[in-house]
Design a protein around this ligand. Structure first.
Ligand SMILES: *Cc1c(COP(=O)(O)O)cnc(C)c1O
Length: 396
């Protein structure tokens, strides 16, 4: 038996400046985190509302662990479906104003599960070029034809809908694009879906909790009905500060997923305490609308200061604020410089983003203060003086 040689692929990754390393966080998550002996201001978590370490959420989690233990011990269809899961599903259905919701163990699995349950070889999925990897993998697993369209390029989508034949057509999009921060144009997408007898699925991983009057997400913010968006998916691991994910939609959709979604059926249910913690997050969301207000103020403050100092941000009203650097090497250098300033912003590189668009993906949270935003801007200004080449990306 000869050993496999894994070295070459690793070496290539390194040479291309695409090698991944995991920063080791030794404290709780929050606006400031420890890595060993050092403290950093963190601007890369998806804890947009600062709920991951919220006292009410922690307390709910601990109490539920006392009451229900830790593991769910089996899948939902065996004996793992517990009262907290049921309650959380009902609350999520109410939040999203849909007949039902179904919990999944993660957003990645929800996307795989939805597509593989609903689609097969005779079908086609029309996907924005910048959709999240889990949506792309979901199409592959389903066996449906994959049709990509340019980012937010609706004429391109229209022409693809026109020319591709399929039994079912599904248009799928991030609600807020995960690496760019811009919002999908849902009314226009819904219009195209209706015109071509297609369904529209929105992955609102970054919109839930943040966008919309009640925090129900991008679909609420843009005023679409559940007929227009029959499949709404979102994760609980980001603004909700916990873990897991859900799909919301009609009775028939949810029953279909329970019967046919393999990533739902063949995996252990979430720990019930996580469901209780998420219920607490939803309660904070309802009772403290000021969190979203503060977050929006921080976003405006950051964008205003960035513009005054010629820091080139992508257009985005969401907590995701990206500076495209271009080369992976430059992005890493910038990340290192910011670390020396006591600031943690991970460099996002291909294949997470298209080649030549490595970037700093800055994320803001309601847990940040105005002063922390000011510190971030001051460090970015220093970075620009030191590494000017990283701030004049001119497009691909
Ligand atoms: C994070 C993310 C997911 C995956 O959700 P998890 O619960 O982390 O598995 C899916 N879609 C998008 C757009 C995401 O950003």
């Amino acid at each position: 038996m000869t050993a496999w040689d894994l070295r070459q692929a690793l070496d290539t990754r390194r040479q291309e400046h695409l090698y991944r390393q995991r920063p080791l966080v030794t404290s709780a998550q929050g606006p400031a985190v420890s890595m060993g002996d050092h403290q950093y201001l963190c601007f890369c978590s998806n804890d947009y509302l600062g709920l991951a370490a919220h006292p009410e959420v922690r307390r709910a989690f601990l109490q539920a662990a006392e009451q229900y233990g830790v593991g769910a011990t089996a899948s939902h269809l065996i004996n793992g479906h517990m009262q907290p899961h049921q309650e959380l599903e009902e609350r999520l259905a109410k939040l999203t104003n849909r007949p039902r919701a179904l919990l999944f163990s993660s957003g990645y699995m929800a996307n795989l599960g939805v597509m593989s349950a609903l689609l097969g070889k005779q079908d086609a999925v029309f996907a924005d070029r910048l959709n999240h990897a889990s949506l792309i993998d979901g199409v592959a697993l389903s066996g449906a034809k994959s049709v990509r369209f340019g980012h937010q390029d609706l004429p391109h989508l229209a022409s693809r809908l026109e020319s591709v034949r399929a039994r079912r057509k599904l248009i799928v999009t991030d609600g807020i694009f995960s690496m760019d921060g811009d919002a999908a144009q849902l009314p226009a997408l819904a219009h195209l879906a209706a015109a071509h007898d297609a369904w529209l699925m929105v992955d609102d991983a970054h919109g839930i909790g943040v966008a919309g009057q009640t925090g129900a997400g991008t679909v609420e913010a843009q005023g679409l009905s559940d007929e227009q968006v029959p499949i709404l998916m979102a994760t609980l691991g980001k603004a909700m500060g916990t873990f897991g994910a859900f799909v919301a939609g009609s009775e028939q959709l949810i029953e279909t997923l329970i019967q046919f979604s393999r990533t739902y059926i063949y995996t252990t249910a979430l720990p019930p305490a996580l469901a209780v913690a998420t219920l607490a997050s939803l309660e904070v969301l309802r009772q403290e609308p000021g969190r979203r207000e503060h977050l929006n103020n921080l976003i405006r403050r950051f964008r205003h200061q960035a513009s005054e100092n010629q820091l080139p941000l992508l257009a985005s009203e969401s907590p995701i604020q990206a500076i495209i650097v271009g080369s992976a090497e430059d992005a890493l250098q910038l990340n290192q410089f910011l670390l020396s300033e006591g600031i943690l912003v991970t460099a996002i590189r291909p294949p997470t983003v298209p080649r030549g668009t490595a970037r700093l993906r800055i994320t803001l949270s309601a847990a940040h203060s105005n002063e922390q935003i000011d510190r971030l801007v001051a460090s970015l200004i220093k970075a620009k003086q030191k590494l000017p080449g990283s701030f004049n990306y001119a497009g691909q």
